[in-house]
Design a protein around this ligand. Structure first.
Ligand SMILES: Nc1ncnc2c1ncn2[C@@H]1O[C@H](COP(=O)(O)OP(=O)(O)OP(=O)(O)O)[C@@H](O)[C@H]1O
Ligand SMILES: N[C@@H](CCO)C(=O)O
Length: 319
């Protein structure tokens, strides 16, 4: 359960006094998520999510994430709106942690992804990228090549205990990516972790994009590659080409993909697969003491990586 920091009623009421949101009528910890403590809060003024940022969040990055959400929400995108307190600040301190109140978004995340969900995702992702063109803050992607190299070193002693030969696979892939990683593709601010649990749907309409805490400045097409990995494989790790094609087709209908971006999709998908393989491997080998949440299986992303390595041309991903 992702509630690491408990907030008592007295502390909550003093916190809410700083805002114009009324008084609490319901306050419950949310079980999903692993990074931060999240509460669902209902007040006489509406429904909100209260997040307390835990140790892995770098406080210096929080204004970038919150302003990104605010920019998107102000532009009509289905992103949470950080609520400003009576002094105009959206970042606060609560129970010794940086904390923020954001608007509650309706919708449910899907476990069974369909072509229609992926089409909606492609369209919304492109709209988000277009909107973020006018978001002027930047944040380097610390989970790109350099970050992967560090994670590979940090996990090299344990990798083969998870799967024989995994260490060699990781280092060979890193060498390939380091020599071939694209550098001249259109870039901007991206979500970088738009997994199904971070997208809320009502039917096949997207009503929420959440969890912007890996947001960063990188190649826009890398965000598509993250989504292809997260949305276009079945539970048995079989690639679902039609889903990927609907995703890229609808993306392209909103923001035209250049030939260079399309050509780069196979390598970007390899990089994105390695990113989640490495972070999951690190978490698998370094479980947090007392955590109830089970680490996610790194090998899901080894299978995706191996699929992308086998791809001969971009026809697998685009119409
Ligand atoms: N604005 C929102 N509107 C509705 N529900 C939300 C909102 N923000 C978060 N949630 C709910 O809280 C849960 C956890 O949120 P989030 O994914 O941001 O947490 P996290 O600890 O950063 O998770 P992760 O492990 O995915 O990084 C979500 O799965 C969702 O159920
Ligand atoms: N979405 C990630 C966790 C947060 O980065 C994963 O499934 O591995």
């Amino acid at each position: 359960m992702a509630v690491y920091t408990q907030v008592d009623d007295h502390t909550l009421s003093a916190f809410l006094d700083m805002y114009d949101v009324g008084t609490a009528t319901s306050f419950k910890g949310i079980a999903e998520g692993v990074e931060n403590s999240n509460y669902l809060l209902e007040t006489t003024g509406g429904q909100f999510i209260l997040t307390l940022y835990e140790k892995r969040a770098n406080p210096a990055d929080l204004p970038y994430f919150l302003d990104m959400m605010e920019h998107l929400a102000a532009d009509g995108m289905p992103a949470p709106l950080p609520i400003r307190d009576k002094t105009g600040a959206s970042l606060q301190t609560l129970s010794g942690r940086p904390a923020c109140l954001i608007s509650f978004l309706r919708g449910v995340s899907v476990n069974h992804m369909t072509d229609a969900h992926c089409a909606a995702l492609g369209e919304t992702l492109a709209e988000m990228h277009n909107s973020l063109q006018s978001y002027t803050q930047t944040r380097p992607n610390d989970l790109s090549l350099k970050g992967w190299q560090k994670l590979a070193s940090d996990t090299q002693n344990g990798a083969d205990s998870v799967e024989a030969g995994l260490k060699t696979i990781i280092f060979n892939e890193l060498e390939y990516l380091a020599s071939n990683w694209p550098s001249n593709l259109p870039s901007g601010n991206i979500h970088a972790d738009l997994f199904p649990d971070n997208v809320l749907f009502t039917g096949t309409k997207i009503t929420g994009l959440i969890d912007f805490y890996f947001g960063c400045t990188d190649m826009l097409a890398y965000d598509i590659a993250v989504c292809i990995n997260a949305w276009c494989f079945d539970a048995d790790h079989t690639f679902q080409a039609t889903r990927a094609k609907r995703l890229t087709e609808m993306y392209d209908s909103v923001r035209r993909l250049s030939a260079a971006e399309i050509d780069a999709l196979p390598i970007l998908c390899r990089g994105a697969a390695l990113r989640f393989l490495l972070t999951r491997l690190y978490d698998w080998l370094n479980p947090v003491k007392g955590a109830v949440v089970r680490p996610k299986d790194p090998l899901d992303y080894l299978k995706r990586l191996q699929f992308h390595q086998s791809v001969k041309d971009t026809a697998s991903y685009v119409v």
